[in-house]
Design a protein around this ligand. Structure first.
Ligand code: WT7
Length: 664
């Protein structure tokens, strides 16, 4: 492990030592990391308190660190006060007002740069406009935007006035938007006329209009940014142009100083039931971790150009686009468009154009770009890159090695970062310059993160390579605080089983003999499509909402690019089943149902496979035998006990759907 080269031909034993020239410049060295980790073990509260004092600009300093009185709802730095947006941008507006904060590239090649000063002014203008519209501290505001500077401006404007933002990914459908608006009881939606993706317009305002037709809702204002110039419908009295509001607002927007525990945002994520969970994050702890991990994991500093390719609709786009890197005074690159549009070199062209130094993306993107070959990235000057990161799912060693060799040109450390919407920031990751990496492992927990693997009784598994539940055994500042409107679900999902201190991640993992963590996958009924969680129940609920569908079961199967893809088994209502029986009609029905899911939930949830079957396999107690369906979807041998199946012929039908033409 001393050469920095591949150590062994066995892929799972390859190990890469930290690059010496990287280590020489890194902000965190081995000694410092060891000291932080020791403190994190013996006195986690003391560690977090020290870091919170060092890293955040407090309006009113805290005197208490952790309040456990409402466990498992924990409160960090509970008597401190600050404003997240001000703490994030303020120091840089003072110190380096003209430094670019955001470099934006549109899919059609437009480019815009916003300095910290300009960003700060835009945030204040929109904050003032929101206040003028009656938005007060604690009110929820839904943001449904393309990946453009205004999305970040909108998030910060909310934070500036103490409003709670809830960003809904612009790829989600009107139905998903409606559900989230209603769940959060948001009175204001911020959107844009349209965004761009793969050469097409994504008509966001039209989707908002459609969403607000779907039923009762509390929305009284839709604030629209002019972005693409697309023509849009207008509802007088409800809709208003962002530029008109900001022009009309009085100058200046004093920052609302809020309690450290004040909710900063909600972000909806999938769970194992049909209803998405509004993950609620608090102000200070979240910001601390976002900023701190930018230093520890990305070694980020003021002159870095950081490109995290995630959309602000996901947690990654919150912590590592909108908050962490801006709190660190770096320049962030954002790109609104598809990765390989209009050509497969687009990502690398952007890296070259803006001189990206730290690049952070998902394994699904790496795999898709890897398929296009080594020649494309070879055409671009990637010498500005010094560090690469991945997030969202386990990275297969082949993709890791490609990333290392072809993108990092064997110079750049790779940080494989494990975390979740609920954890707020990176939890398990190499510290570049210190940690030796192994392709496919997220290595070790960061200081203060007491990650462990336990068995079903909560006892720690110390034996190497034995899988178990991945848990975090001590609260940490950026953990979620609640599920919006459903504290019971919060307690049951995350803390029920192993006590009030022990957060259950929902992932399974193992540790190898060196203590490195290897994530094995989700334990609940969740699919990881392109690095994002989708509840299989959500897709099932969408399918059964179709008038022709009686029942549906959704499972995942491995997918070369997406990581996992969705496989749906659908039972039609008898009238529809008769109608769709001829194979020509079956095909049309399958297409219609896939399009239906797309419309209900968004394209990310569209099943790649959809099989129409006569019945679903169930246990005596009526539970769908998902493991069996998973084996069928994956084309694996069936070794489950199927003796309880009422209809013994069903397995043959499921494998070879009854409505498909039989081979001669
Ligand atoms: C789930 C969280 C965190 C931002 C993106 C997804 C999986 C995440 C890794 C990784 C293996 C990973 C886990 C986790 N995951 N990062 N580096 N290696 N698996 O956020 O939608 O909240 O999903 O993504 O299964 O639980 P999310």
């Amino acid at each position: 492990m001393s050469t920095g080269k591949i150590e062994s031909v066995l892929s799972e034993e390859r190990s890469f030592d930290p690059d010496e020239s990287f280590a020489a410049r890194a902000q965190i060295n081995g000694e410092r990391l060891a000291a932080l980790s020791r403190k994190g073990e013996s006195d986690p509260e003391g560690l977090w308190a020290d870091l919170a004092r060092e890293m955040l600009a407090w309006h009113k300093p805290f005197t208490a660190t952790l309040d456990r009185s409402r466990a498992p709802h924990f409160a960090w730095f509970p008597d401190g006060e600050l404003n997240a947006s001000e703490a994030c941008l303020g120091p840089w507006i003072q110190k380096a007002p003209e430094r670019p904060a955001i470099l934006y590239e549109g899919e059609n090649g437009d480019s815009r740069s916003l300095s910290y000063r300009e960003l700060g002014e835009a945030v204040e203008r929109l904050g003032a406009a929101l206040r003028a519209q009656g938005v007060a501290s604690g009110d929820r505001v839904v943001i449904y935007m393309p990946m453009c500077p205004e999305a970040i401006i909108a998030m910060h404007a909310c934070a500036r006035i103490g409003a709670v933002h809830s960003v809904v990914f612009g790829g989600f459908s009107a139905r998903s938007l409606y559900d989230r608006v209603v769940d959060a009881s948001a009175e204001v939606v911020i959107t844009a006329d349209a965004g761009r993706r793969s050469g097409k317009f994504v008509r966001l305002k039209a989707a908002v209009d459609q969403a607000l037709e779907l039923g009762e809702h509390p929305v009284r204002r839709v604030i629209v940014f002019r972005h693409s110039g697309e023509e849009i419908a207008w509802r007088e009295g409800r809709d208003c142009w962002a530029h008109e509001l900001t022009e009309a607002a009085a100058p200046g927007c004093p920052a609302e100083q809020v309690n450290a525990e004040h909710p900063l945002f909600l972000l909806y994520t999938s769970g194992s039931t049909g209803k998405p969970k509004g993950i609620q994050h608090a102000t200070a702890g979240y910001l601390l971790h976002a900023k701190l991990t930018c230093r520890w994991v990305f070694d980020l500093r003021e002159n870095d150009v950081f490109w995290c390719t995630a959309d602000v609709g996901w947690i990654t786009g919150h912590s590592y686009v909108a908050y962490g890197p801006l709190a660190s005074g770096a320049t962030v690159v954002i790109y609104e468009g598809a990765p390989a549009w209009p050509h497969g070199g687009r990502f690398w062209e952007i890296c070259q154009r803006y001189g990206v130094t730290v690049f952070y993306t998902a394994p699904t993107a790496i795999r898709a770009l890897m398929k296009l070959g080594d020649e494309l990235p070879g055409k671009y000057d990637l010498s500005s890159l010094r560090l690469l990161g991945t997030v969202g799912e386990p990275i297969n060693p082949e993709a890791w090695i490609w990333y290392h060799r072809v993108i990092g040109r064997e110079r750049c450390p790779i940080v494989d970062t494990w975390w979740q919407t609920e954890t707020g920031g990176i939890m398990i990751s190499p510290v570049p310059g210190v940690t030796s990496t192994k392709p496919g492992s997220c290595t070790r927990p960061l200081p203060g993160v007491q990650a462990a693997i336990v068995d079903e009784n909560g006892a720690e598994i110390t034996e190497p390579d034995r899988g178990g539940y991945l848990v975090i055994r001590h609260p940490w500042p950026s953990m979620l605080r609640d599920i919006w409107g459903d504290s019971q679900r919060y307690r049951e999902t995350y803390f029920g089983r192993f006590g009030n201190d022990c957060y259950i991640t929902g992932d399974s993992a193992r540790r190898d003999a060196d203590g490195y963590f290897w994530i094995m996958g989700r334990l609940d009924d969740v699919v990881n499509v392109s690095g994002h969680r989708l509840g299989t129940m959500e897709v099932e609920s969408a399918l059964v909402a179709h008038p022709s569908v009686a029942e549906a079961a959704v499972v995942s199967r491995p997918h070369e690019i997406k990581g996992e893809s969705i496989f749906a088994f659908v039972v039609l209502k008898s009238a529809s089943a008769k109608e769709a029986a001829p194979s020509s009609k079956t095909d049309a029905m399958q297409q219609a149902l896939r399009a239906w899911v797309d419309q209900q939930l968004g394209p990310i949830a569209r099943p790649d496979d959809l099989r129409i079957v006569e019945a679903l396999p169930k246990t005596r107690s009526g539970k769908i035998m998902r493991r069996l369906l998973r084996s069928i979807a994956r084309g694996e041998a069936i070794n489950q006990d199927i003796s309880t199946l009422e209809n013994a012929d069903l397995v043959r039908q499921l494998t070879q759907p009854a409505t498909d033409p039989q081979p001669p």
